[in-house]
Design a protein around this ligand. Sequence first.
Ligand SMILES: [Zn+2]
Length: 906
Amino acid sequence: MVGKTSKTLALPLLFSLGLLTACGGHETRSSSDDTTPAPAKVAAPHTQALVRNQHAHLEQDYAAMRASQISNVHYALSFELDKTSPNFEGSANIEFELAEGNKSDITVDFNGGEVKRLSLDGKDIKWDYNKWFITIPAAEVSAGKHILRIGYSRPYSTDGDGLHRYQDSETGRVYLYSNFEPYNANKMYPHFDQPNIKARYDLVVTAPTEWQVISATRESSVSEQEGIKIWRFPTTAPISSYIFPLHAGPYHVWEDTFESEDITIPLRLFAREELAQYVVLDDWFTPTKQSFGFFNDYFELPYPFGKYDQIIVPDFNAGAMENLAAVTFTERFVSRGKKVEAQRARLANVIAHEMAHMWFGDLVTMDWWNGLWLNESFATYMANLELAQASEFDSAWGTFYSRTKQWAYRTDEQVTTHPIELPVHTTADAFTNFDGITYGKGASVLKQLPYYLGEENFRKGVANYLKTHSYGNTELEDFIGALSQAAGKDLTEWTQQWLYEAGVNTLRTEFTCESEQLKSITLIQTSPQDMDLPTLRSQRTQLGLYTVSEGQEAQQIAAIPVLYKGESTQVELTSSLACPDLIYPNLDDWAYVKVALDNTSSETLKQHILQFDDNNLRIMLWQSLWDGVHEHNITLDEFIAFATSKLTQEDSVRITNQVVSQLIHANNYYWVLDKTGKTYAQQRAKIADFLWQSIAQQAPGSDEQKTYFDAWTSVASGKQHLNHMRNLITGKKSIEGLELDQDRRWNIIVNLNAYAFSDYLTLTKKEIHRDASDRGKLKALAANAARPGNSNKSKWFDQIIGIDGRYKLAEITEVMENLFPANQTELLEQYSDKLIQALPDLARAKDERFLARYSKALLPTTCTEASIAQLEKAIEKYSNLNPVLNKQLRISKQEDERCVAIGKQL
Ligand SMILES: [Zn+2]
């Protein structure tokens, strides 16, 4: 799976701008002290009966028992789908084999449905259903082969998990898709919902005639009768339940083919009819074909699943999901204007990520959810490798540095950080681990391995692993063992340091010179201050040494690979070198470590940053400056002064992108800092003026122009800027070369609403009329929520905490994320008690997905000692409510403290 891209608002989201967040925002628990090893595997079921606890989740102990209790599973599923009913009918015939000497009851996972009939081997038996799982007493079933037949009905899901139903409000068309990870497949059909009970599937679906039906295999027949079609699908290979797909509806379809000497793979792409005109086929099929070319070779194993479908779906909770041969993507990947290169690169990355999962995840699957990090990290690593080596986006590792890796560092510095590998006791906890550690840090440490083991050894190890375990399940040792064997290196210490211990170290260089010659370099490694994470680690890094003279390009005088460990490492110098002006201790970003530049290098950077020709180095130098704001080496004011004086001379759009996103962060800081007795209107105006003026300096139609424009729309405040915005909407003004597409128009409308500027109500009405699509409706909600005024906030607050279900999750999320824009911190303060006091009721009434979004968007971090104290109290009072809330409360408090500290420097 790939997480959704988040947006910025007030302080709570300051640190997630433009970055991946957890899938659908399920950030949560896990603490640094939670390093107890996973419980030992439960013994065979005949030793004693294991009684399943009654709740909505699946526990690891129980799942381990069931994996030894049940085997040789084959499902024959049938579904009746139609356009009008809120429910669907289904039947599941489950063939399985029960182990000898079984003493435990058999349970079949099935959440929220109605069981209409049940028989075992054609006979009625005793059974019980608690709305979470069906129980069949042990006494009813003997060892050996059986067939369990279950007829049922269930409501379609409306929260994006299970079998989701979406109806377009403009056209009335109905679209369905399945989304299961980690434990939602049992919201569609009764079965054993755990990754290590792999099964074969047969499928029959009855659906309206104009619908497409998409699953893991291509249909073997479609027959029509009396206004319906019956779709039959051939038996699948053995697969895990969380990736078995069923998508259906009047989707628009495009076809293409991947062809190589060894294999031909039919490709299809689907999207809602309403969105079809905006889908740029080349953005999808080209990366797909490039990835197949790359992965088929890299893994030494041609794609095993026969066909490959990609489906763009509405209301999607994550970025994308690796359903077997039928991957789903969020509609956010479809723009209504021309994409900039960074957006196309991002899409290509996600396409490759999901394809890597076809081998790593779908063909070879983790035994249990503690393996989720490796599944995600590997796909993340592999996607970047493919992009860098086989696509036009050869700067993928630079983007990896500025997005994925920064996300990892930030998460690893939070009080809630955790080791990469950690126990997952229930499927509810599997949710909590979708974070910057699971994806970002995991991928960053995997990236170290080819430097350490050798690239070809790493590849060989991966290929051997996939071949050995095809259609099976694995644990971490299987993967590490395969790499270790291919490289002939022991990875025990590496595994312990990097996978079982949390935290990020800092690396600093000290160097001395004599008579203008370099005399010594020492690398100093430290562990994080104020956190009880003392581990120092060993890894290979590369030092970049540079000299700079006025007006000339910086000269690299050496690149020195070093394997460092412990507190201090003396670097061996094999030749005489000039005294450097700058040493960067992680050139080309091999290492997972925070860099603290020495004073000489810091000064050089401030004077000469633009003279460094290497984009990948320069992006890291810019990042050092921004890190300096958080580490109090430079003030926010100094950063703004530096960035606004240098950035327009940058010729790398990637760097421009990174720095403007930091300017947006800075702008939000200035808003929340406003109440400390000073006003920072001047600084905000400086940022907005700079971005506005920069738009005009860029080539018309260029990515740079769009980058500056989009940043400007999210920070513009003040009468003059808001007037510019209004004139752009009314057509009184235009910017040469800039396409003001419908998505950009809405960004402006939402902003005008946040300031209640001029005739914003009339303009919003006109815009709703102009864009009647569902996406337009979501944006209209955002605009409405963003309006200032107590009565408006109060109205929406009641909707958010209400449980009347008037708005679906996608809609209420849009409201929550826009309710308190940066300029409305005072209003947020007024609501802070209410927002916190609502937590116990919400924890009772809502699921993790909602709680994650609520807490991320709405916990009141208003950058004062009072708000820190309030969050502290909430942590004491509510830490047991829900792990999701507990985690976000602790993160929010830490971010609030950081903001206050930044303010004190000004
Ligand atoms: Zn993934």
